[in-house]
Design a protein around this ligand. Structure first.
Ligand SMILES: Cc1cc2nc3c(=O)[nH]c(=O)nc-3n(C[C@H](O)[C@H](O)[C@H](O)COP(=O)(O)O)c2cc1C
Length: 165
């Protein structure tokens, strides 16, 4: 089974969750940014796990990313805007025949999700979701993950690996 984890992350929380999921799936599972997750590495995958932070109750948009840059002084560190948005990555995704899972990071109380949008596009592109989206909780508006969430992410990775032939 070849699995690939793809993520968008501005302050590193979603990246840390992505690495924990990949650890759970198995050693050597690639954890890729949107510019790395293209071409053969995607075409060869049996399972694509895709995640992003929740912004304004959904997957971050292009305008939101520009606002993050403009309001960077509010954040503890500058946002990482070096990679294309997950929205643009999803929009450019070729048809694929693999299973799919989605996760997001955010607050327990937050309505909406990023996973709803992600799973909708993945299904449109021919992927088969193995379950509902999973949320991993953060302590504040800029992360980090709440205590125990990275361990939950690792266990979810193990579950995902167990679902596959
Ligand atoms: C502009 C902005 C909007 C946000 N909106 C939401 C939201 O609607 N729901 C939520 O649960 N978290 C929201 N958050 C918190 C993010 O989910 C949190 O920053 C993110 O999980 C951190 O992930 P990252 O370090 O990978 O960027 C927001 C954060 C920012 C900066």
């Amino acid at each position: 089974m070849k699995a690939v984890v793809v993520y968008e992350s501005f302050w590193g929380t979603t990246a840390a969750v992505a690495r924990a999921i990949a650890d759970g799936i198995g050693e050597g599972t690639p954890v890729l940014t949107t510019d790395e997750a293209v071409g053969e590495v995607l075409a060869a995958a049996d399972l694509l796990v895709v995640g992003a932070p929740i912004h304004a109750f959904s997957l971050p948009g292009e305008q939101g990313r520009q606002n993050l840059a403009a309001q960077a002084s509010k954040a503890p560190a500058p946002p990482d805007l070096a990679h294309p948005s997950l929205r643009s990555w999803l929009a450019a995704l070729p048809p694929l025949h693999a299973r799919a899972a989605a996760f997001d990071t955010g607050f327990r109380w937050s309505p909406g999700s990023a996973t709803g949008f992600i799973l909708r596009v993945l299904k449109q592109q021919g992927l088969t979701p193995v379950g509902k989206g999973r949320r991993f909780l953060v302590t504040g508006s800029y992360g980090p993950a709440r205590a125990g969430e990275l361990e939950k992410a690792r266990r979810w990775g193990e579950e995902l690996a167990g679902m596959l032939p």
